[in-house]
Design a protein around this ligand. Structure first.
Ligand code: G3I
Length: 363
């Protein structure tokens, strides 16, 4: 390299950055409008990744992507030591082609993990040593395969109960006991020291659950920080959680010194309607008589997404990424109208409302 190259680099390093506020006012997409706040992600099943029309929409709006199912234990290692990376690799290739980061979901979960992991040769309960060996092999192989391509991993997903205690019904708990979380994160830290390691769970606005989890994380991190971040899935309703509950949950992640990922955001309009009180059951402070009947779900959903993103933008200092759990309502794990694109992949008013909000919020 010539002195000219270093001279340019030195000049850039000492020139104050001027946020391109003029351009951001005209940001047309979620990934452009969100620059400077946090990454915006989407969960995709392989069938969407393979669909040129659909994956183009994902690449237009998002700069982060995660496999909805294709990087879970059963998908990557269906038989012992037989790894099937093809669908995960397809997502990574799609992301690299479109300048998107990739999130890894998930190494340890009680669901979608093959039974062989916990069985010994006679089909009985495998020993702790045998399960540890298998878990180490899985984590080593997967994280080394994706090293440099996947920066953030949900190392453990949904290992706690609503009361904030370890889920003793999990086969991982039955095999590894109370050290389950520490074992998994230690193995992951060894496998890829450069990765950001996250504990991910749902119903995190519930105080007992969240506070039990954060207490456990602090305990584990006491010796050496092996848990870098926490994932609040965000499978929420039209009225649950309240904005105060969301803010309180975010504050506690910040106080714990954890990077925060809103990892699986969607708004369950069906559950809300079924409950007639639109999520009232967990929101005693709402007076049912103040709720208007839902005549236009697009409007109600727009307002709900906008008020939630207002809180996210206010807390962009601790929020690393916000990921929606699906591209459109036709590819959601739940019925109803939970996402930012409708069943025919038309963008909803909620999407534009979030973009407009970001454009007018100072970075
Ligand atoms: O792959 C099989 C296919 O071979 C079979 O023909 C088909 C018929 O039943 O099932 C297919 O497996 C389905 C799998 O998704 C892949 O499509 C399972 O039945 C189905 O249960 C599974 O659902 C996934 C669910 O996790 C499993 O618990 C959802 O798509 C996925 O959105 C959901 O995602 C989870 C996160 O990983 C963790 N947080 C909660 C979130 C919602 O449950």
């Amino acid at each position: 390299p010539k002195p000219a190259l270093q001279a340019i680099i030195d000049l850039m390093n000492k020139t104050p950055k001027t946020a391109k506020t003029s351009n951001s006012a005209s940001a047309k997409t979620l990934r452009d409008a969100s620059k400077g706040f946090f990454e915006v992600g989407v969960a995709l099943p392989d069938r969407v990744v393979r669909d040129e029309r659909l994956n183009k929409i994902a690449a237009l709006q998002f700069n982060r992507v995660v496999c909805e199912n294709e990087m879970k234990f059963e998908s990557l290692e269906p038989q012992e030591n037989r790894f099937t990376f093809e669908r995960g690799d397809r997502l990574v290739e799609f992301a690299q082609k479109n300048g998107m980061s990739v999130h890894g979901h998930t190494l340890v979960w009680h669901a979608q993990t093959p039974r062989w992991v916990f069985q010994d040769a006679n089909g009985g309960q495998a020993s702790k040593e045998l399960v540890m060996k298998r878990l180490k092999n899985h984590i080593d192989t997967v994280m080394k395969h994706y090293k440099g391509k996947i920066k953030t991993w949900d190392v453990v997903n949904e290992a706690f109960t609503d009361q904030g205690n370890l889920r003793t019904s999990s086969p991982w708990y039955r095999a590894l006991g109370n050290d389950l979380i520490k074992i998994a994160f230690t193995l992951a830290r060894e496998a890829d020291p450069d990765a950001i390691l996250i504990y991910n769970d749902y119903s995190m606005p519930n105080d007992p659950k969240r506070q039990g989890i954060i207490k456990a994380i602090k305990e584990i991190n006491k010796e050496k920080k092996i848990i870098d971040g926490i994932g609040y899935q965000g499978h929420w309703d039209l009225n649950w959680p309240s904005l105060a509950q969301i803010q309180k949950a975010i504050d506690e992640a910040r106080e714990a010194g954890l990077k925060l990922y809103i990892s699986e955001l969607d708004i369950n309009t069906d559950r809300s309607k079924r409950n007639s009180g639109r999520g009232l059951e967990a929101n005693p402070e709402i007076d049912p008589s103040t709720l208007q009947p839902i005549t236009d779900m697009n409007v109600v959903l727009r307002d709900r997404y906008r008020e939630i993103f207002e809180i996210f933008l206010k807390n962009a200092d601790v929020i690393e990424a916000v990921t929606v759990w699906g591209l459109d309502d036709a590819h959601s794990w739940i019925r109803g109208e939970p996402l930012l694109y409708d069943r025919n992949q038309n963008p909803k008013p909620a999407l534009q409302a979030i973009i407009d909000l970001m454009n007018k919020t100072p970075k």
